[in-house]
Design a protein around this ligand. Structure first.
Ligand code: BG6
Length: 255
């Protein structure tokens, strides 16, 4: 049974990679929405990739979220690599400290025996406040690091869920619905074709930077994130996707 199901996952993985046309797809068995151990497996699978791709002196950009928190916990191997620097890719969000990009950066750094940067900027700033912040030397330094990361590991969210979590204003929520936003990643909202329909004004990585980063890993699972994942994979063909069986089969069957 075990061998049979492992073969099944391998096949799902291949089919999904073909369908999305991206460089690598990893699928863990199960559904993160139904079983917390699946989230932890998703984290471990992503952690393995980070351990492989982050060589000495690598700068790694990361985002926040519950999935990325599981990725941090998934790093358990002792690494011989040195000088790995972890940096939050975008400004912070929400009130929960465990899932803030800053917290996750610190956690990953400690597990990789590396260093980390903190980005002290909320992602709900007004334009004016942001312009002033950008003049700050420390912020300027961190942004420079963000713009030159070698590896980016990011969570993918549903547009509606992320709009709610960010407590976006009513007119923006309406705009998202009218423009059929399905997906959110690093502050951008996308429709199913992967076109930007809205952007959270914040400090950090932008879409051009995203395109330039040599190694990119998107991580998300659960049936209800299928469409969100699909939209993101149309942005960059060289990206790696780590997902679960539930999202993978949903993408294969429904889209
Ligand atoms: C956020 C990221 O922290 O996590 C978002 O900034 C992402 O870009 C989201 O969409 C995903 O969250 P979760 O909790 O579903 O992993």
């Amino acid at each position: 049974d075990f061998i049979y199901s492992m073969r099944g996952i391998g096949e799902i993985q291949d089919r999904l990679k073909n369908k999305l046309g991206i460089s690598k797809v990893i699928v863990v068995p199960g559904n993160v929405e139904e079983d917390e151990f699946v989230l932890s497996d998703l984290g471990k699978a992503t952690a393995k990739l980070i351990e492989k791709l982050a060589t000495s002196n690598t700068k790694v950009g990361i985002t926040g979220g519950t999935t990325m928190a599981a990725v941090a916990k998934g790093i358990t191997q002792h690494t011989k690599k040195q000088n790995i620097n972890i940096v939050p890719a975008r400004g912070g969000l929400g009130k929960q400290v465990e899932t803030q990009a800053n917290t996750i950066a610190a956690e990953i750094a400690s597990r990789l025996n590396g260093s980390y940067e903190l980005l002290h900027a909320s992602d709900t700033l007004s334009n004016q406040t942001m312009e002033i912040l950008l003049q700050d030397r420390e912020i300027e330094r961190v942004i420079k690091t963000i713009k030159s990361v070698d590896l980016l590991v990011f969570g993918i969210g549903r547009a509606d869920t992320m709009a709610r979590r960010r407590e976006l204003q009513k007119d923006i929520v309406e705009k998202l619905a009218e423009s059929n936003a399905v997906s959110e990643a690093f502050g951008y909202y996308f429709n199913q074709e992967g076109n930007i329909v809205h952007e959270t004004k914040t400090i950090g990585i932008d879409l051009e930077d995203f395109q330039r980063v040599p190694n990119t890993i998107g991580v998300a699972g659960g049936r209800n994130k299928a469409e969100a994942i699909l939209a993101i994979t149309s942005l960059k063909k060289s990206m790696i996707l780590v997902t679960d069986e539930a999202a993978a089969t949903m993408i294969l069957e429904k889209f």
